[in-house]
Design a protein around this ligand. Structure first.
Ligand SMILES: NC(=O)c1ccc[n+]([C@@H]2O[C@H](COP(=O)([O-])OP(=O)(O)OC[C@H]3O[C@@H](n4cnc5c(N)ncnc54)[C@H](O)[C@@H]3O)[C@@H](O)[C@H]2O)c1
Ligand SMILES: [Zn+2]
Length: 673
């Protein structure tokens, strides 16, 4: 094969893989800059060798995809990407080209910030939000209307003088403050923090449970209106109108009459963007006149009337003074780079993440090295490169630790995992205290009067070694501790006693079984309403539960195959901690809908979708997201998607209203009692 074609195909394949990681998994593995450079390389090759043109190349297609978890809707107007550039010369070339195509008439530009989130298209009819669809592949996207309705800055009803029907496009983001609050809560609950606001915003939009979406601090910033019969003729006016109708349009936009002004805008925001409450990754320059935009039109992937000037992630160099190793509550080891403090993107940076042993080896980073630190998408800065020109002679390669820094046990590394682990589950101090801290945390046993520091202190004083020991604590033992008084000791002991009322599903989460987060714990408790039945469950049985994968199932089996764990669970039970779903709770539930699968679609008048789903599940039924021949009923509210309706009709599945459903339930209940 022609080596050029081989190279082209290699790049296409690689970029397609990155698109998948970025848009579908929300988990990119290379930086945006590296991605953009590879894309540019492919663009240049394709331009030089037009015989290898391919309509499916990542250069001519919007990178996103539709998922199968939502209804797919076709965009009335295509959603494009933007051409981007990191260089001012290219920006100037673009401006010249635009002026040339427009035959030398005067051109005004609008500068906007490029908000870093997930694209969304909202449709309004008669002033009401009727649809919210993701960009998807540009032609069609996911119907995420119910999720978007939970975002407070998205108006459900407009004010002022708006067109009868239009689409407005924008970006769903998570502001920095909300993001860090959310991560703080996760860390307190013993969960891994999210990597960056962009991927978290995009992932949140794709959640199935809109009650969960409502808890996320999402925001929506809008930037363009599309439709027929619009009552304005420029982009800048459009932004002003959108504000009047009630949309959140950031105030940082500027109408520029010259290239000079565009450059000034970029210069200013390249520095000051770190003062904004949300992340931006560049400036979007657009031709202001809509008539001129029409004249310029689109390429296969992007408008010719706009260009994104992207900021390069800020980099600084500093010295690596040491590497330390942290041990988490599950025993995972995380290497951390301690740096000479340096100012980066508006904050002082002292530490950077090094991820794992492979990363250290790949960078060949050594103590004493001068390193380049970057704040990319991630909130914790990372070391991107060593400045080898400044390496001190005689420096030694970093040797990864072989033993736990806290308990000296030899570390293990499981096949296929990047992280090293300390296997000393019961003897390693940070694992012991970490587990107890998780047990008492708010989303777990929520023990009032007891905090993380006190746990560490109680452990240090030899009063507790595991969470079961908490229930043996007496007031007199606690009073002598530092900063403890009679009252606080009493609160602590009472708080612990009160935790015996915490329901079984939360106890299950509190146990701290690896990979068993809140949601998984609920699922397990539902499938196995007592710890005894769960303990006897086999790997195959566990995997058969909806959304329980092999990794989780293995971890549950592992947990109960350890005798120490079983002993502690038995002790908890003997102290009165809930080890099964309480009978009162079961009473409120029935098995009336057992064996029946429901699909819930649309918006309901008297019950929220989630309450409806809960009612189904509480009565033994199952809820599925898509219609199949196994669906018993489709419960339809307002705005049920047309394709869902069509499918139900084709498969002859009864479509019922919320009232019909209640009646079925009532009839069945009275029939039984
Ligand atoms: N790291 C990776 O693995 C990876 C993979 C795929 C894509 N990416 C990144 O994503 C980029 C491609 O994504 P893309 O197609 O969404 O392009 P883009 O993010 O570069 O630009 C297009 C998007 O910008 C958004 N936008 C924000 N503010 C805007 C404004 N004021 N006006 C208009 N649009 C605005 C829109 O949602 C639009 O869809 C790549 O260039 C790369 O940087 C990275
Ligand atoms: Zn250890």
């Amino acid at each position: 094969m022609d080596p050029i074609l081989e190279k082209i195909q290699e790049l296409r394949e690689e970029l397609t893989g990155h698109n998948y990681n970025y848009y579908v998994l929300d988990n990119p593995t290379i930086s945006d800059y590296d991605f953009d450079m590879k894309l540019k390389e492919l663009q240049q090759l394709e331009a030089r060798y037009p015989e290898y043109h391919d309509p499916f190349s990542p250069t001519v297609r919007v990178g996103g995809m539709i998922t199968k978890n939502f209804e797919t809707l076709v965009h009335e107007y295509r959603m494009y990407s933007l051409d981007n550039s990191y260089s001012r010369e290219e920006l100037e070339d673009w401006e010249k080209r635009v002026q040339r195509i427009l035959g030398g008439t005067e051109v005004d530009f609008v500068c906007e910030l490029k908000y870093d989130g997930a694209s969304i298209s909202l449709t309004y009819e008669n002033g009401r939000l009727v649809r919210a669809v993701t960009r998807g592949d540009g032609f069609q996207g996911d119907d995420v209307t119910n999720n978007v309705k939970t975002i407070r800055s998205v108006p459900l009803k407009l004010k002022g003088n708006y067109p009868e029907k239009f689409h407005i496009r924008g970006e769903i983001i998570i502001p920095l403050e909300g993001f860090s609050r959310m991560n703080q809560e996760r860390v307190e609950a013993g969960e891994d923090p999210y990597m960056n606001p962009r991927n978290t915003a995009s992932g949140s939009l794709k959640l199935q449970d809109n009650a969960e979406v409502a808890k996320r601090p999402l925001d929506c910033l809008l930037y363009s209106i599309i439709g027929e019969k619009l009552n304005f003729s420029t982009q800048f006016e459009g932004l002003e109108k959108a504000r009047e109708w009630g949309f959140k349009v950031p105030p940082v936009t500027k109408l520029c009459h010259s290239t000079r002004e565009v450059m000034d805008f970029i210069d200013y925001w390249d520095i000051h963007r770190h003062e904004l409450p949300y992340e931006t990754d560049g400036v979007v320059v657009k031709v202001n006149s809509l008539a001129q935009q029409d004249e310029l039109g689109y390429t296969a992937k992007a408008p010719r009337w706009a260009l994104a000037y992207k900021f390069k992630a800020e980099q600084v160099s500093t010295r690596l003074s040491s590497i330390s190793y942290q041990v988490g509550r599950t025993g995972a080891i995380t290497p951390v780079a301690n740096l000479e403090p340096v100012l980066l993107a508006g904050t002082t940076v002292k530490r950077a993440s090094l991820h794992n042993a492979d990363q250290i080896a790949k960078l060949d980073v050594r103590v004493g090295d001068t390193v380049f630190v970057e704040k990319g998408g991630e909130i914790i800065p990372k070391i991107v490169q060593v400045d080898f020109t400044r390496r001190q002679p005689g420096s030694e390669p970093t040797v990864y630790i072989t033993h736990c820094p806290e308990c000296s046990t030899e570390l293990i590394r499981k096949e296929g995992e990047a992280q090293h682990y300390c296997p000393n589950y019961y003897g390693c101090p940070p694992q012991i205290t970490g587990r107890i801290q998780h047990y008492i945390s708010r989303k777990a046993m929520d023990i009032e009067g007891l905090g993380g520091e006190t746990v560490a202190l109680l452990y240090k004083e030899g009063l507790i070694e595991n969470y079961a020991d908490l229930y043996l604590l007496r007031k007199e033992q606690v009073i002598p501790l530092e900063r403890m008084a009679d009252k606080s000791a009493e609160n602590l002991v009472n708080g612990i006693a009160k935790s015996k009322e915490i329901p079984y599903e939360r106890v299950l989460y509190a146990l701290g079984i690896r990979f068993v987060g809140e949601t998984v714990a609920k699922k397990l408790a539902k499938a196995y309403p007592s710890i005894d039945t769960l303990r006897r469950a086999t790997l195959e049985e566990l995997v058969a539960i909806d959304e329980i994968g092999v990794k989780i199932a293995e971890s549950v089996v592992d947990f109960f195959s350890n005798e120490d764990n079983v002993r502690i669970v038995e002790r908890l039970r003997s102290y009165g901690v809930q080890m099964e779903t309480s009978p009162e709770k079961l009473l409120g539930q029935t098995n009336l809908l057992k064996g029946q699968t429901f699909v819930v679609s649309g918006v309901f008048e008297h019950i929220s979708r989630n309450d409806l789903k809960k009612k189904i599940e509480d009565n033994g039924g199952k809820v599925a997201s898509s219609i199949s021949s196994r669906t018993a009923y489709v419960i339809a509210g307002d705005n049920m998607g047309p394709s869902k309706r069509e499918k139900a009709e084709k498969l002859d599945i009864p479509i019922i209203s919320e009232y019909d459903f209640m009646e079925i339930l009532q009839r069945a209940t009275t029939g039984v009692s």
